[in-house]
Design a protein around this ligand. Structure first.
Ligand SMILES: [Zn+2]
Ligand SMILES: [Zn+2]
Length: 187
């Protein structure tokens, strides 16, 4: 059975990881397992920006994809950027094995708002589903309620659900059929 692995960088709240794993299992139907956490991704830190380059985190994840993994989702507390973009909530390979999400800008505290753990966890789940969706070949969806809709700002994250719309679900099911055929050939 192929598995989606969650790979925490540094220490991530257990409640957050459990909620994320449960939601991703519901949406994608793959077993969810967790890799031993690795140190904070200081190798990717840009000291001028005080942010980590998300492409370097993806590269790091790609270097340690378990044999039975269908996908690996990195989770970091560090703020992430892609050169040319001031920040990203996450970054994924389209149709590739690796994705990563940053929790930094999902905290109400980041915006000097009162802490709200439930809201925070809902946001984490949405971003996890979104980035994993990209790894399964899903592109941005026009439905603002769909987890695959584009989020440049937190308001867009809060508007959408942590689930795929019907169209995206159909596309995902097509992809996974192909994935199981491929893994059958590899044996
Ligand atoms: Zn996206
Ligand atoms: Zn959709």
């Amino acid at each position: 059975m192929k598995t989606i692995y969650v790979s925490p960088f540094g220490t991530i709240d257990e409640l957050v990881l459990t909620a994320l794993e449960e939601s991703c299992w519901k949406v994608f139907g793959y077993d969810m397992k967790r890799l031993e956490h690795v140190p904070e991704p200081m190798f990717a830190l840009n000291t001028t920006l005080n942010q980590c380059n998300s492409a370097l985190l993806l590269k790091d994840i790609l270097g340690r994809v378990p044999k039975d993994a269908v996908r690996v989702l990195g989770v970091t507390n560090q703020d992430l950027y892609i050169p040319m973009l001031s920040f990203v909530f996450g970054h994924a390979q389209l149709n590739g094995p690796a994705a990563v999400i940053s929790l930094a800008r999902l905290h109400p505290l980041f915006y000097r708002l009162p802490n709200n753990n439930e809201l925070f966890i809902r946001r984490v789940v949405k971003e996890a589903v979104h980035e994993l969706g990209h790894t399964f070949g899903l592109i941005h969806c026009q439905d603002p309620l769909c987890a695959m809709s584009l989020s440049n700002a937190l308001q867009q994250v809060d508007m959408k659900k942590g689930e795929l719309c019907d169209n995206c679900s159909i596309l995902f099911n097509e992809t996974t059929k192909q994935l199981s055929r491929t893994s059958g050939r590899e044996k």
